[in-house]
Design a binder for this molecule. Structure first.
Ligand code: NAD
Length: 502
């Protein structure tokens, strides 16, 4: 493993790397070794204001740049992301802990959102109606909002910031990204790539910081929209504070994603699908499957026996260990919190099928947890009710598809869900009745591709607007409708006091 020197991370403001002059800063740890690798400056309210003012100037010019010219920058940016995938993946691995192959997967999904944003000229086309009455033509246009912000989580240092922000830039806004203070390096490299692609200074800015920096951003009078991805607890704060300050807000939160296994499902395929989607990335994905829900005792017995054997063979390891199935969790605190959830579940009566609490790993100081599997879990236990963001997964058995649907619909989260079955009738019933935003049928992590919309229901998303997909363009623009008439010589002046009609 490469030894990193303790580097100071910078902000990126108006086309320049800026160290900042606030006394407040935090530290970045490499989860694989547990070692401190960087200090990260936290932007003050004054620095937030300076950045917003510069971004405002840049936004005014960028909005007037033709959409074709804006998209030219995106083409170059896309190419640079492809060329720098290896370096980006290394950074993700070092600061987030996920394996290099997993990091490359997230980069390629991030590039999908650039692909979609390259289609901005198509998406921005308005509507036009000729002669809606009295020689009047009506048309609509989508205009950018101005200065907007994205606040991102630690678990996808590249994919989520790209998914949240690239369309916003493409449709003519200036962006201030506040990445997770735990993973600031990837955002630095993304800034360099934007600069190399030719994005004008001030259109893309990165401010590092904690909750105080976020608060200064989302209460600033010149910020027009806030897009947030992170835990539901924080999503609620962002939504309340942001809307109180008259921002357009969408806030994506946590999840508790179920995988229902019907008695007629191909059990081996369900087991393999569960493994990758439940434990990949050390289970630190908002769409990670966290609950296996076999239907019927026989299904539960067969599924659990087969799964146990495979979970026992999973191995966590350093981000650059090619044989590791997944990496470390993000921090020592996260590790403690996951251990607490497991211990509490055991006290509540859960049975430990596979115990990953003391994994055998090379770097003893790293934040590792092995794959843990709990069964006899019931809906009243905290381990079922709360999101556990780490490799502790549960089995909750039910007697029927109706019971499965009812339990899932009663859950506070509604991000993703999957059903494994060979019955079209059951699949149809499930997809119709389930109250979850993204549904898979024999697909374990139903993350929509970049050109479809992404968004959970219930506690998994506050506010309207999706993260990927064409709806992102709607979130970051406002619609104006124009009614237009040109008088000619024959036009007569008429004064009319009635409500206009066609
Ligand atoms: P987090 O909520 O702790 O932090 C997210 C962002 O909010 C960070 O930039 C952080 O600096 C900021 N923040 C933290 N506390 C704050 C506060 N009190 N006030 C204002 N800002 C604050 O989330 P995380 O631990 O970085 O990420 C993991 C969570 O994100 C999980 O719950 C996961 O499910 C969720 N997530 C959801 C999606 C989705 O699409 N729904 C995608 C990825 C991750």
């Amino acid at each position: 493993m490469t030894t990193l020197k303790l580097d100071t991370v910078t902000h990126y403001i108006n086309g320049e790397k800026v160290k900042g002059n606030n006394d407040k800063y935090g530290f970045v740890y490499s989860p694989s070794t547990g070692k401190r690798i960087a200090a990260v400056p936290y932007a003050s309210a004054e620095e937030v204001d300076e950045t917003v003012q510069l971004a405002k100037k840049a936004a005014a010019k960028w909005a007037k740049t033709s959409v074709g010219k804006r998209v030219e920058v995106l083409f170059k940016f896309r190419q640079l992301l492809v060329e720098n995938t290896d370096e980006l993946a290394q950074l993700i691995g070092k600061e987030n802990g996920k394996t290099i192959s997993d990091a490359k997967g997230e980069i390629s999904r991030g590039i999908e959102s650039v692909d979609l944003a390259i289609g901005a000229p198509q998406i921005l086309k308005g509507e036009h109606s000729v002669n809606v009455g009295g020689d009047i033509n009506a048309y609509s246009m989508k205009q950018p909002l101005g200065v907007v912000t994205c606040i991102s989580p630690f678990n996808f240092p590249v994919m989520v910031p790209l998914a949240m922000s690239v369309m916003a830039v493409a449709v003519g806004n200036a962006m201030i990204l506040k990445p997770s203070e735990k993973v600031p390096y990837s955002a630095q490299l993304i800034s360099e790539l934007w600069e190399k692609a030719g994005l004008p200074a001030g259109v893309w800015n990165v401010l590092n910081g904690d909750k105080d920096t976020v608060n200064a951003i989302i209460t600033h009078s010149d910020i027009q929209a806030v897009s947030f991805v992170g835990s539901t607890k924080v999503a609620e704060i962002i939504y309340e504070v942001g809307t109180k300050h008259h921002k357009r807000v969408n806030a994506f939160g946590g999840g508790k994603n179920h995988l229902v296994i019907m008695p007629d499902a191909d059990i081996d395929k369900a087991v393999d699908s569960f493994l990758g989607s439940a434990y990949g990335s050390a289970s630190q994905r908002c769409m990670a499957v966290s609950v296996a829900m076999p239907v019927g005792q026989k299904t539960a017995d067969v599924f659990t026996a087969k799964l146990k054997e495979k979970v026992e063979n999973l191995r966590p390891g350093s981000y650059d260990d090619e044989s590791a199935d997944f990496g470390a969790v993000i921090s020592a605190e996260a590790k403690q919190s996951i251990l607490h959830s497991i211990d509490e579940a055991v006290r509540d009566g859960a049975n430990v099928v596979v115990d990953g609490r003391n994994p055998d790993v090379e770097f003893k100081e790293g934040f590792y947890l092995g794959a843990t599997l709990l069964d006899n879990v019931t809906p009243d236990m905290n381990v079922y009710k709360e999101e556990v963001f780490g490799p502790a997964r549960t089995i909750v058995s039910v007697d029927s598809i109706d019971e499965a649907i009812q339990l899932i619909n009663n859950h506070q989260y509604g991000n993703g869900v999957a059903i494994f079955t060979n019955s079209g009738r059951d699949a149809r019933k499930f997809t119709q009745e389930i109250e979850v935003g993204m549904v898979g049928v024999n697909v374990p992590i139903p993350i929509p591709v970049g050109y479809h919309n992404f968004g959970g229901w219930k506690g998994s998303r506050l506010g309207e607007g999706q993260m990927f997909g064409p709806d992102t363009a709607r979130f970051f623009t406002k619609t104006k409708t124009v009614s237009e008439r040109w008088f000619d010589q024959s036009s007569t002046d008429e004064i009319n006091f009635d409500f206009p009609s066609s």
